[in-house]
Design a protein around this ligand. Structure first.
Ligand SMILES: [Zn+2]
Length: 153
């Protein structure tokens, strides 16, 4: 067994690394770069996953990589949400003045939800079940940040 040395540290530790997301997510990110949403459909139960999966969690069926892709729209339904007074991507930061709303959005035609910021909405205006649409980043890079967040549809 190798010995680990852990030194006590204060503040943020930033580590930069690359990792391979896999063939299914590669396709998903390629589509994001074109500002398109794709999902994949389980051949057995026909649930549609966004982001795509290799294996259906419901019936344990493998979804072939080259088949069962579906084009989906850039809008969906807000199925749940919360607001946080902290910066989302920076846990070390202090409270911000205006809370950030985070939503779980089910893209129309899919059976799963993705989590993104809710933009240009007052907290009082946000209602579970409301229609929301993607606000794309002007410069897409083929990563999750291509979706800036969701706005009212
Ligand atoms: Zn299934």
């Amino acid at each position: 067994m190798t010995e680990k040395v852990i030194e006590k540290t204060k503040g943020l530790v930033r580590a930069e690394f690359n990792f391979w997301v896999g063939l299914y997510m590669d396709k998903f990110y390629d589509a994001l770069k074109e500002q398109k949403i794709i999902g994949n459909k389980c051949p057995k139960c026909e649930d549609v996953f966004v982001p795509p999966r290799k294996i259906c969690g419901k019936c344990n069926e493998t979804i072939p990589l080259e088949e069962n892709w579906v084009d989906l729209p850039s809008f969906g339904k807000l199925i749940n949400w919360t607001a946080t007074p902290y910066k989302v991507s920076d846990r070390g930061s202090r409270k911000v003045k205006k809370p950030t709303a985070i939503g779980m959005v089910q893209i129309d035609g899919s059976n799963t939800a993705i989590v993104y910021r809710l933009l240009k909405m007052e907290l009082d205006d946000i209602k579970t079940g409301m229609k929301v649409a993607i606000e794309w980043n002007a410069k897409s890079k083929g990563d999750p940040g291509d979706i800036k967040g969701f706005v009212k549809a």
